[in-house]
Design a protein around this ligand. Sequence first.
Ligand code: AMP
Ligand code: GLY
Length: 429
Amino acid sequence: MNILVLGGGGREHAIGWALAKSPKCEKLYMAPGNGGTSEIAENISGLNAEDGQAVLAFAQEHNVSLVVIGPEAPLVAGVADVLREAGIDVFGPSAEGAQLEGSKDFSKQFMMRNDIPTAAYATFSDAESAIAYVQEQGAPIVVKADGLAAGKGVVVAETVEEAVAAVRNCFDGAFGAAGATVVIEECMFGPECSLFSFVSNGMSYPMTPAQDHKRAYDGDKGPNTGGMGSYSPVPIVTDDEMAAMCEIMQKAAAATKAEFALDYRGTLYGGFMLTKQGPKIVEFNARFGDPETQCVLSRLDADLVDIMVAVAQGRPEDVHVSWSEKWAACVVLASAGYPGSYEKGKVITGISEAEELAGVKVFHAGTKINEAGELVTSGGRVLNVVALADSFDEARAQAYRACDLIQFEGKQMRTDIGVKAAKGRSAWE
Ligand code: AMP
Ligand code: GLY
């Protein structure tokens, strides 16, 4: 069958790579894709992934029978709805389902209605009542813009002053319409862990836990980024916590079927905090996480086309997942200056040497082929270097060996991916 993947990051390269391994994938299109996806797919530039009619026209013209939506923006824009109405199978929820990510207030109300453990919260649409609430609750406290803010709309405030400044910042328009409503939450404590589930027709098929590293620099210092590295599985998660997380994901999946016009069909991303009272949801996302997916799909021992078609068609009983026993570690190579401003167009070398190392796969994020046919940087996060190995330590060591073989001007990376988790749970005490 012909398949179209929307998106062009490392997550989409990993999704495309896993789909392309299936004998059922005849022709793969990626829009826009990147310098790496051109090896496994036909990259389509100039297709607006958030324009449902344009995506539909492309799919019909190219005989596409499955569309996989990578990022949140097309989901929130309702691209899945347009395609489904036209009878095309889509992996990704409707606009309504995507509100679990698109609106923190919607998501919190969903959790409250369905008895899903999460931080206590209140929602405000004016600065004065929000500030009064912050002053009454005290710090630490968490201030969140309601809408999509590219991961920048959350402030974990250590002091009341910081929280008040964050509230004002939102209502002063720092996040545009996304900040016109503000959610204020109780601060939770503990390690974080992502658990994605394939969700369809009210059933949840959990994937394997993973963890990302959001801060730019070693020791979890510096500004938040899209993610600087990840690993899977997560060694500090206990069996009881895993069971509790799976139960929460199933409860959420059942609720999507009960509440949404068409059940949720895609990946539901549970962002958990492992608190002393048990796992609680920090956030739901309506898609795969980036860069956790690069580790998770590297460990998938099943046909992703079969899984995605079954999810898209509302046949969860046909979803069969199994996972490699190996450990995966992913290190992000970024451009100098990221997550601030950075230069593009730097020539990249050493990827094929890196991939000769056992268990190493390099997914591309911000890369492209220039007019001279060279692979060059074209974004902040450039490459995601994944290593699979028999132990957590070896996976991390092998990923870093591979990173050392890859060069481009200004290459930056964190050198401590997985270090805290390798020390065990006490590192969070
Ligand atoms: P979100 O975009 O909601 O995932 O929040 C981004 C990050 O902020 C999370 O990954 C957590 O590290 C932190 N965070 C969000 N909500 C809370 C909370 N209620 N308590 C503590 N940390 C939080
Ligand atoms: N890795 C975090 C996210 O994808 O939202």
